[in-house]
Design a protein around this ligand. Structure first.
Ligand code: AR6
Length: 169
């Protein structure tokens, strides 16, 4: 089994020069606020055109597009769950976001991927519980033929970076 390196990076995900950045999108995939707005602003109008997919993207699923003007070659759009107290399947759906994004990156033979803290902004998921899910999913062993070498957890605040560092030990 393969064991990609996990690192924490503090800053704006749109500046990262990795193979693919993950976007915390909504099910329309047509843009929004938070990290989604930042990614669309930097990638340019071609991104919204590429995101016009029949059916959009359901919660927990992941779809890939080019990165256009971003330093990253691709964007994986995933839709995190809206926090409704934790009894509505939120943990499983959030884990699906990480799992399906990693699988999609492997299917495209990509080696580096960066994740924002999906659902922890506008969607209200408590930061510590969400960070634990992110760390658990990224720590899962990958298949021997996996292309993935580097997994980046992007924190947009010092608190989130500390949280990731603590959970990673
Ligand atoms: N780089 C890295 N992380 C960021 C950035 C950035 N440029 N900007 C914000 N974050 P959010 P959600 C962090 O709200 O909770 C949109 O409208 C932020 O601090 O972007 O999944 C979509 O269209 C937080 O930790 O995503 C959806 O409607 C994390 O990214 C909805 O928001 C996620 O916050 C999705 O909400």
């Amino acid at each position: 089994m393969s064991h990609p390196q996990i690192r924490v990076w503090l800053g704006d995900i749109t500046r990262l020069d990795v193979d693919v950045v993950v976007n915390a999108a909504n099910s329309s995939l047509l843009g929004g606020g938070g990290v989604d707005g930042a990614i669309h602003r930097v990638a340019g109008p071609e991104l919204v055109a590429a995101c016009r997919m029949p059916g959009g993207c359901r919660t927990g699923e992941a779809k890939i597009t080019p990165g256009f003007r971003l330093p990253a070659r691709f964007v994986i759009h995933t839709v995190g769950p809206v926090w409704r107290g934790g009894e509505q399947g939120e943990p499983e759906l959030l884990a699906d976001c990480y799992r399906n994004s990693l699988l999609l990156a492997e299917r495209r033979e990509l080696s580096s991927i960066a994740f924002p803290a999906i659902s922890t902004g506008i969607y209200g998921y408590p930061a510590e519980a969400a960070a634990q899910i992110a760390v658990d999913e990224l720590r899962c062993l990958r298949p021997p033929a996996s292309s993935l070498k580097e997994l980046v957890l992007v924190a947009f605040s010092e608190e989130m970076a500390e949280l990731y560092r603590r959970l990673l030990g």
